[in-house]
Design a protein around this ligand. Structure first.
Ligand code: PEP
Ligand code: MG
Length: 546
């Protein structure tokens, strides 16, 4: 979009922008208050994220700069900067950050609409029980929809988009990213949605409708039972307890984790502290966040992962160089070991926070033992420095690694000598084992962490952990995949960490599993030839038809 203006109208365009931003803030604040009353603080938090874009000098400041530098109209500048920042976010491999691109688009569209003097679309009159079918749905659109709609189908979007999380948290089925096939749906069609499988049945027969109705009744009964029991432990029929923890990226994710029965945090992705900032977060800023998370969970474990940044997760303010193969590049622990000031700032904050709870520190993307030894040496240095400054660290801290590079899984017996625990990151482990970019939709059909090759590496890692007497957990997406729970129990994992919403059902599923039977089931799975066959077998097992 291009449009230039004479320099004397620049001030006028800046004023129009200012007015539109002010009105956008007021609309978002109203929506936020409405969602807060209807749904609660977690769901309302997305609008804080929207407001923060409008308060972010990176965003509004860039738009103003665009107007001044290129004598652009406000609309063109908003459009350009929104697209540019959105593309940057979408290029990241992290699904959570990709989903922030949708939030930014939502904010940009709102400002553009206000600049055009248009009123907001009225979605509040959508009829009860209807399925909303849309190219894309924003959190703002969602906030305006009545709470009694039957479901949502969108052509585009990601599973971790805020809007999907919001809908699911109040039990509205959401099938996201169906692509072109959305065209098959006509106004008035009867639809059957399965939010867990991500499928839509268009114009089902009466028989299919009856089956779906039965499935809904069974599922909702199971879910209610699971939620009522969510605070209880997950113990297999033969008495094995599997710890179920939450993956978080922010302090604001903690209440949801507690509500769903998380027995601690299995993965705190600290990169969000950096990615959502415009400067390197200071030791004190980080300490405050880590301390609050640890205090919430007091005697329960909190595993905080050190910075997993670089390559495909560029930090705007850090000016990281472009790389030809960012997934194979200078990222995570590799970056930290080469930037000791940044690494030490985080480690010092973590060590100080350890006084407030049960902290475990986890290093990402470990591929060799020497990286662990170096990281431990740097922790030692930080401990000495703090000691000299009069900080007495009284609580023991366990040190672990993510096993997410095939080399780490293959060498797990050697690495186990140097750490207190393993946590398997199946998102990256699958990507590297199968040589499939986890963010590339053209090869998405080849990406499945249930592939027997990945399962064999998980098996090898679990065996090495058991031999060395250290716990082996999992914090990749596979950990919350209900279809794979039996296999994970059989593989010998002692801890599963997942998105909070998945916790109640996974706990419930574990209580139905016999650990010994799961072990022999895994032996069969490891001999299968494809992820498809693994899933088919696992599904049959869940239904008890094998
Ligand atoms: C993983 O790779 O499985 C993982 C949990 O880390 P992330 O998704 O943050 O890369
Ligand atoms: Mg990873």
């Amino acid at each position: 979009m291009e449009s230039s203006i004479s320099s004397d109208t620049i001030e006028y365009e800046l004023l129009r922008l200012k007015e539109a931003v002010k009105n956008a803030k007021s609309e978002i604040t109203n929506l936020r208050n409405r969602v807060m009353t209807q749904m609660g603080p977690n769901e309302a938090a997305v609008f804080d994220a929207h407001l923060s874009f409008l308060e972010d000098p990176e965003y509004v400041g860039q738009i103003e700069l665009q107007i001044r530098t290129y004598s652009m109209g406000a609309e063109s500048a908003v459009f350009d900067i929104t697209q540019r920042m959105k593309e940057m976010l979408m290029a990241l491999s992290d699904e959570y950050l990709q989903a922030r691109a949708d939030d930014l688009q939502d904010v940009g569209t709102r400002v553009l609409r206000l600049l055009a003097g248009q009123r907001a679309m009225d979605l509040s009159s959508v009829k009860s029980g209807s399925v909303v079918v849309a190219e894309e749905l924003t959190p703002s659109n969602f906030a305006e929809l009545p709470r009694d709609i039957g479901g949502i189908v969108t052509a585009r979007g990601s599973r971790t988009a805020h809007v999907v999380i919001m809908a699911k948290s109040i039990g509205i089925p959401f099938v996201v990213g169906v692509g072109e096939s959305i065209q098959k749906i006509k106004d008035g069609d009867v639809l059957v949605l399965d939010g867990t499988q991500g499928t839509v049945l268009v114009r089902p027969t009466e028989d299919e409708q009856r089956q779906a109705q039965h499935h809904i009744e069974v599922h909702s009964a199971l879910h209610n039972v699971a939620l009522a029991e969510a605070k209880n432990p997950a113990i297999t029929k033969d008495g094995r307890r599997i710890a179920i923890l939450a993956n978080i990226g922010h302090l604001r994710d903690v209440p949801e984790a507690v509500k769903n029965g998380a027995e601690g945090v299995g993965l705190f992705r600290t990169e969000f502290l950096y990615l959502e900032n415009d400067h390197w977060p200071t030791e004190q800023e980080q300490y405050e966040v880590y301390r609050k998370v640890l205090e919430t969970f007091t005697d329960k474990p909190v595993i905080i992962r050190t910075l997993d940044i670089g390559g495909d997760k560029p930090l705007g303010f850090a000016n990281l160089p472009q790389e030809a193969n960012p997934f194979l590049g200078h990222r995570a622990i590799r970056y930290c070991l080469d930037n000791l000031d940044i690494f030490k700032t985080q480690l010092r904050a973590l060590l100080r926070a350890s006084l407030h709870g049960k902290l475990s520190i986890m290093f990402p993307m470990i591929s060799t033992q020497s990286e662990i030894l170096l990281a431990k040496e740097i922790i030692n240095q930080c401990q000495h420095e703090l000691h000299d400054e009069g900080v007495v660290l009284v609580n023991p801290i366990s040190l672990g690694i993510m096993v997410e590079i095939p080399a780490a899984a293959v060498m797990a017996d050697v690495l186990a000598e140097e750490v207190d625990f393993f946590s398997i990151g199946t998102n990256d482990l699958a990507q590297y084992t199968l040589a499939v970019d986890r963010g590339n939709e053209r090869v998405a059909h080849l990406y499945d962490a249930a592939h027997p090759a990945v399962l064999r590496l998980i098996n090898q890692t679990c065996d090495a952990g058991i031999d060395a007497g250290i716990p082996v957990g999992m914090c990749g997406e596979l950990a919350g995949d209900l279809e794979m729970t039996e296999a994970l129990v059989g593989l010998g994992l002692s801890e599963l960490s997942m998105s909070s919403v998945n916790i109640p059902m996974v706990k419930q599923r574990i209580r139905e599993i016999d650990g010994i039977a799961a072990k022999s089931f895994v032996k069969k799975l490891l001999k299968l030839t494809s992820a498809e066959k693994v899933r088919k077998s696992s599904f049959a097992e869940v239904l008890g038809t094998q």
